[in-house]
Design a protein around this ligand. Structure first.
Ligand code: S3P
Length: 442
């Protein structure tokens, strides 16, 4: 759908970000709220749901499997759960667009169903690695085939009896962990996943919120098959990954003072705050509270002088989606910023190391890609034209770079911004960014 509407952003140089705003709902939590709501017994009410293409792909997949879902109406969704055994075979392959989270998590929960399913995606998703979920699921007794290169489509054969297993994940991936825990709900015995480093724990928190026991022993997380999920109410906080663009924008633009409201600050997601603070950013956390089992707060960000840093390795999985924005901060910092241990960035919606390095070079910044990261020498970005390669986070990051650029920034192939951040152009313009799209976003 997005190929028909490539969309270009035109961003005037300079400006500042001020005021208060709330970015859309958390994408990871929105996906999980539909999945667990659908598999629960009873009716789950969700508020703050992200009405972006990715989470809507998950919602539509469950409708295709017979689940009755009302909304979204202004972020409110009602899911009439069918129980763990109540899904029905879809009439056609499930199309998941750009959404890796939908495909990988669904692979786990569909592996133990009685029916066959095929999952497909757009051009970007069709290039992404799926053996990381198919292989361990097959070890549990599932029957899943990937395409030739280990990429989508995924063909899942129904009727497999899954057996719990102990799996040491080779990479720090919340999608793989969540996939296996969801398969574990259908498996005989216990399924345990050990992670090499902490990753986002929304699945574990939400399973517990739905009354499903989860055992956490340090890096090892286990579930036992045969339980049930009980419907609940979920308040989805604003997405820290979407807030990150505004945090970086406010830090790099002179005279900025911006408050981002009701943002999820789960400790497994706050690498962006930790890294920006290490670089010298003025970030305050106000009104911390809890919403739906997740910590939430308002985040106040003011213009700051940034310095380059060696990004601590333990922060990498905690900021994995925020590196495009953090690279823009590094491009505006004094001195060198070095990122290592982030090879996962090469298999996101685009190869985020190469695409960001190319874009930074187009703005006159010295950025050297390495196999697992980047070395960036900060300076003053010029204007220029960027190819976002259809990657939503790359498009929004370069839009913010214009706040410090000496000339206009033009960004091509931006339609996928709607996968995670519907209304970005308007919200950013209201906050003070000189951005226009070549058509109007919803
Ligand atoms: C996500 C996990 C991360 C992240 C993605 C969302 C999730 O992916 O990049 O945007 O919701 O579980 P990986 O598990 O591949 O690191």
């Amino acid at each position: 759908m997005n190929k028909r509407n490539p969309q270009t952003f035109f961003v005037a140089p300079g400006g500042r970000l001020c005021g208060k705003l709330r970015v859309p709902g958390d994408k990871s939590i929105s996906h999980r709220s539909i999945m667990l709501g659908a598999l629960a017994e009873g009716t789950t009410e969700i508020s703050g749901f992200l009405e972006g293409e990715d989470s809507l792909a998950t919602l539509n997949a469950f409708r295709d499997m017979g689940v009755s879902i009302e909304g979204p109406y202004d972020g409110c969704v009602t899911v009439h759960g069918v129980g763990l055994r109540g899904l029905k075979a879809p009439a056609a392959p499930l199309y998941l667009g750009n959404s890796g989270t939908s495909m990988r998590l669904l692979a786990g929960l569909l592996a133990g169903q009685s029916f066959d399913v095929v999952m497909t995606g757009d051009e970007s998703l069709s290039r992404r690695p799926m053996k990381r979920v198919a292989d361990p699921l097959n070890q549990m007794g599932a029957r899943i085939e990937t395409g030739d290169k280990g990429t989508p489509p995924l063909r899942i054969h129904g009727g497999a009896q899954l057996k719990g297993m102990d799996y040491a994940m080779p990479m720090a991936s919340a999608q793989v962990k969540s996939c296996l825990l969801l398969a574990g709900l259908y498996a005989e015995g216990r399924t345990c996943v050990t992670e090499p480093a902490p990753t986002r724990d929304h699945t574990e928190r939400m399973l517990m919120g739905f009354g499903y026991p989860v055992e956490c022993h340090g890096a090892k997380i286990c579930v036992k098959g045969g339980g049930k999920l009980s419907a609940t109410r979920i308040d989805v906080p604003a997405d820290i990954s979407s807030a990150a663009f505004f945090m970086v924008g406010a830090v790099i633009a002179d005279d900025s003072d911006l408050t981002l409201e009701h943002v999820g600050i789960n400790p497994t997601r706050i690498g962006v705050i930790n890294i920006l603070r290490l670089m010298g950013a003025d970030i305050e956390i106000h009104h911390p509270c809890e919403a739906g089992g997740e910590p939430v707060a308002d985040i106040r960000v003011r213009s700051s002088r940034l310095r380059g840093v060696d990004i601590p390795l333990d922060q990498v999985p905690l900021a994995i989606d925020e590196f495009p924005a953090l690279f823009i901060a590094a491009a505006c910092a004094e001195g060198e910023t070095v990122l290592r241990g982030a090879e996962e960035l090469r298999v996101k919606e685009s190869d985020r190391i190469q695409v960001m390095a190319d874009g930074l070079a187009a703005l006159g910044i010295d950025a050297r890609p390495t196999p697992d990261g980047m070395v960036i020498r900060g300076g003053r970005p010029t204007g220029g034209r960027i190819d976002s390669h259809g990657d939503h986070r790359i498009a929004m990051s370069f839009a913010m770079a214009a706040l410090r650029a000496s000339g206009p920034v033009m960004i091509d192939d931006c339609a996928n911004v709607a996968t995670s951040f519907p209304g970005f152009v308007e919200l950013a313009r209201n906050a003070g960014l000189g951005i226009v799209g070549d058509d109007h976003q919803p």
